[in-house]
Design a protein around this ligand. Structure first.
Ligand SMILES: CC(=O)SCCNC(=O)CCNC(=O)[C@H](O)C(C)(C)COP(=O)(O)OP(=O)(O)OC[C@H]1O[C@@H](n2cnc3c(N)ncnc32)[C@H](O)[C@@H]1OP(=O)(O)O
Length: 200
């Protein structure tokens, strides 16, 4: 597996790949000052060369991850921690990473290049868009929809049957009790919208 982005997020993905016995074939990063990560040499900026293994974009920022994914003509892989519990009827698209202790229940769909972070819990029949990040310890109850590029903060709770739009930011510890429109930032319990991010 090649990783694009020599970040703290990449370190966690490297641990997961190691537990899957999947070697890290190479690591790219645009920052020439970054020379190595966890003992793996960083090859600098990716210049479009043909790659002999799949790629994961190991960048936590949803917007940057989506821009890079849309530019690359490569095969994408997945990293799924062995300690994650994933229903046989759930499906997870390419480029997505599922961290240690995450739970993904029946009939849930996770889109491309998503991050399901440490001990996040996504219950049955959820629809999680591409480039979403569900942060550590967040809980999505059953039948929740999360739009493309949305970030659910650490420890947030989303009540059942709700729809969170695209490119939203849900604050750490928020309790979402109502649908949230596209591009909103919402915080608190019950979560209130504090801004719209449409122009970011
Ligand atoms: C492995 C890992 O580390 S994964 C990373 C996980 N990361 C997270 O969970 C972070 C989630 N992000 C947040 O909670 C952020 O604070 C956001 C997205 C909600 C808001 O960020 P910003 O847009 O930069 O807003 P900003 O920091 O200016 O705060 C705006 C207001 O909301 C308040 N606020 C910010 N976050 C929260 C929160 N989680 N809960 C309650 N209030 C909050 C601020 O105190 C501020 O209030 P004020 O205007 O009265 O001073």
């Amino acid at each position: 597996m090649y990783l694009f982005g020599a970040s703290g997020h990449a370190k966690v993905i490297m641990d997961i790949l190691k537990s899957m016995a999947e070697p890290v074939t190479g690591l790219f990063d645009d920052n020439p000052a970054v020379k190595e990560l966890n003992g793996v040499a960083v090859s600098g900026k990716y210049s479009g060369q043909e790659l002999d293994a799949d790629v994961i974009i190991s960048i936590g920022d949803n917007n940057i991850r989506s821009k890079i994914a849309n530019q690359l003509q490569v095969q994408f892989g997945k990293a799924i921690a062995q300690s994650a519990s994933i229903s046989n009827s759930a499906d997870i698209a390419e480029g997505t990473v599922v961290m240690q202790g995450a739970i993904i229940q029946a009939s849930t769909h996770i889109g491309k290049h998503a991050i399901i972070n440490t001990r996040a819990s996504i219950d049955h029949d959820c629809l999680i868009g591409s480039f979403v990040h569900i942060s550590p310890g967040a809980v999505l109850c059953g039948n929740v929809q999360v739009g493309v590029g949305t970030h659910i903060g650490a420890g947030a709770i989303v009540l059942p049957n709700l729809k969170i739009g695209k490119w939203c930011k849900i604050g750490a510890g928020a309790v979402v009790t109502r649908d949230i429109p596209d591009f909103s930032t919402a915080v608190g319990n019950p979560a209130k919208i504090i801004k719209s991010n449409q122009n970011e």
